[in-house]
Design a protein around this ligand. Sequence first.
Ligand SMILES: NC(=O)c1ccc[n+]([C@@H]2O[C@H](COP(=O)([O-])OP(=O)(O)OC[C@H]3O[C@@H](n4cnc5c(N)ncnc54)[C@H](O)[C@@H]3O)[C@@H](O)[C@H]2O)c1
Length: 338
Amino acid sequence: MENLKVAVVGAGIYGIHHVDVYKQNPFVELVAVCDFNAEIRGGIEKKYKVNTYATVEEMLANEKLNAVSIATPDHLHVEPAVACINHGLDVLIEKPLATTVRDCQIILDAAEKNQVRVAVDFHKRWDPAAIYTYNQLKESENGYPIRGYMNMDDTIDVPTKWFKWGNASDPIDFLGVHCVDLMRWYMNCEVTEVYSVGSKKLLPSLGVDTYDSVQSIITFENDCAWTLENSWILPSGFAKVNDSRTAVLTSEKYIRINNQDRGVEMADKEKTHTPNVFFFNDFNNKVVGFGADPINSFIDSLIDGSDFVADVYDGLQAAKVTDAIHESLRTGERVKLQ
Ligand SMILES: NC(=O)c1ccc[n+]([C@@H]2O[C@H](COP(=O)([O-])OP(=O)(O)OC[C@H]3O[C@@H](n4cnc5c(N)ncnc54)[C@H](O)[C@@H]3O)[C@@H](O)[C@H]2O)c1
């Protein structure tokens, strides 16, 4: 079988990981990278020796492809994704699938119409701590989950320094969607009700018109209620760019994860860092870790025809919950989903 011809659309902070992983996958030929940014395109041509394009249309007109990764900003997934899907290509889309249910549905409809496969990069499903939790909950024969807690927060550098598009996303679409996807995966059922409150003070005062922090109570069909906290304003001095904890209480087990502590500390003249050594690491000229795994898993599923670990339907279901969180923030009411 010939190698799959693959391209990446959006080669910024995260898309470059897709480029690296495809470049190293023995079943893939990375043929093109597309990014609006000329400086990024120049750097990629030099380092990876692949064709680059400023627009998806130009790339699709010039390259013969089998699959594409979309790693454009959260609110800009739908347009390039639908262009690639309408071209008959299988697609891996960065989380969130899209920032509204409407956009997710447009992607899903296009995929069905063109009979192509769409995966979503909910990479937290590949985190060893999440896999352990999933297996523990699954193996609990007579047990049932009663209460869950999850937070996922970023330092304030993420919305103020990393992106120019902080205004167009928020801690829910960027971080909360990971949590909602993990909760759905752990619970193996859907959300019935959402109630959220949020604060919007600090980031708007710094010119980023979005939520500082959002707290939600999310109830599932199995009656398990989760508390979810997401913020984008941890102080820059925090030891890691991201903080995340989970606690699940079942009738039989109590599982706790502290993702801030991956067992490694590194102190330099500025501060002590606690790097997430399981996410991306360089080893033997390869990018390894649970950030790389879902990209390789997308390729495995295309080759052997197996189901994606997280697909377009999972992306849509997660967006229904994040949409409900936004509605609850707007109205101050509980929002029923079913
Ligand atoms: N940064 C992270 O830590 C991180 C982690 C996990 C997932 N993600 C997800 O990855 C996606 C990208 O995030 P990022 O941090 O890399 O953003 P980024 O702003 O660093 O990069 C986005 C890139 O997409 C390009 N772009 C935008 N629209 C385009 C289009 N239509 N055609 C071609 N290029 C286009 C921009 O020029 C930019 O270079 C987001 O959905 C984000 O949620 C990011």
